[in-house]
Design a protein around this ligand. Structure first.
Ligand code: KG4
Ligand code: ZN
Length: 326
């Protein structure tokens, strides 16, 4: 069967076509139009501008994805689209496109949760072993989710304030290094040393919730204080100190949850899954949990794309008994 998926929840207009045969996934096309360059000058995504660009691009991205896959609308068996969470004006563009194709060509439609999509980006490269523990780290979300089977999600914890990607972006804005901040701070951190004392916020010792706003404020205050005192701020050292505090907390909670819930597979998902320190540290630490599998999506599937929505859409439709066999 062939799935056409649409993602438009934030600042990427994306369409992918996925073929599934006997649970084997074959990505036929994956087109992403990113608006990053448009939003860069504002230091973050401007919702109104994002929706307008989705409207301008959606038909072209759709056509390109079909052409690259060498298929027409009639060859599609299932439509999947991101329905929530996200910017409402942006989501509406993708949802309306998906509903239109579904109605005109009489194809079933599945409405996918964006976070489920990020988790299922991993399925493009790896079978899931259950129970699985998903660490979702994106620009909008930070969550630990336990999965006992496909499409069974139990939230163990989440951020009480900022998402981890959001904290990266805000720190980058304060030290004036550009947008999106995550990849830039990641690179800078490699050149610096974690010499600045910053809080590693673990909350209570058995909590799986996160909090990053205190760390973000500590970076802002430190930067402000040093600048006011006429001292030079080593931005690379500040990036390294911030990153160390983030990664320490993410890894500690993930490992503790994996042990408590006897996870056989740790799945890392979302834009921050591209972070080099998170990849290295978690890879090292998971070795201590004998035999637990660890997976990260390939870099191009970490940030928003429609391939992940197609995979999640497939498993969701199966769960909802929405479609024909693959
Ligand atoms: O998943 P995503 O594309 O969007 C949401 O669904 O929110 O994630 C985007 C976020 C941004 O905050 C970006 O700064 C962050 O992922 N990010 C990174 C890295 N690459 C992207 N954060 C830390 N290190 C990276 N290498
Ligand atoms: Zn996302």
């Amino acid at each position: 069967m062939k799935i056409l998926a649409i993602e438009s929840s934030c600042d990427e207009t994306a369409v992918a076509i996925l073929e599934v045969q006997n649970e084997e996934l074959n990505l036929l096309s994956n087109v992403v139009f990113s608006q990053i360059d448009i939003h860069k000058k504002y230091g973050g995504v401007v919702p109104e501008i994002a929706s307008r660009h989705h409207i301008e691009k959606i038909t072209y991205v759709l056509e390109e994805a079909l052409t690259n896959a060498g298929v027409g609308h009639q060859d599609i068996d299932l439509i999947a689209c991101t329905a929530t969470p996200g910017l409402v004006g942006s989501l509406m563009v993708g949802v309306n496109a998906a509903k239109t194709i579904s109605l005109v060509f009489d194809k079933p439609l599945v409405m996918v949760n964006h976070i489920h999509g990020h988790i299922y980006a991993n399925r493009l490269v790896s079978e899931f072993l259950f129970p699985a523990l998903a660490l979702v780290v994106s620009g909008g979300h930070t969550e630990l989710i336990l999965m006992k089977d496909h499409f069974e999600f139990e939230k163990l914890g989440e951020t009480l304030d900022d998402a981890v990607g959001e904290a990266y972006d805000k720190v980058a804005r304060v030290v004036e290094v550009g947008y999106p901040g995550g990849p830039i701070i990641d690179k800078m951190a490699k050149l610096g040393k974690p010499v600045y004392a910053l809080p590693h916020i673990h909350l209570s010792k058995d909590s799986y919730d996160f909090s990053f706003s205190g760390l973000k404020s500590a970076v802002i205050n430190l930067n402000h204080k040093l600048t006011q005192n006429g001292e030079t701020v080593d931005k690379n050292d500040l990036a390294a100190s911030f990153q160390e505090a983030v990664i320490d907390v993410l890894c500690e909670k993930t490992l503790r949850a994996a042990q408590e819930f006897k996870a056989r597979h740790i799945i890392v998902a979302g834009g921050v899954a591209a972070n080099s320190a998170l990849r290295e540290t978690l890879t090292e630490k998971v070795k201590e949990l004998n035999g637990v599998k660890l997976s990260f999506p390939p870099f191009k599937y970490c940030t928003d794309n429609a391939a992940m929505i197609a995979v999640a859409g497939y498993y969701q439709a199966k769960k909802e008994k929405l479609m024909v066999n693959s």
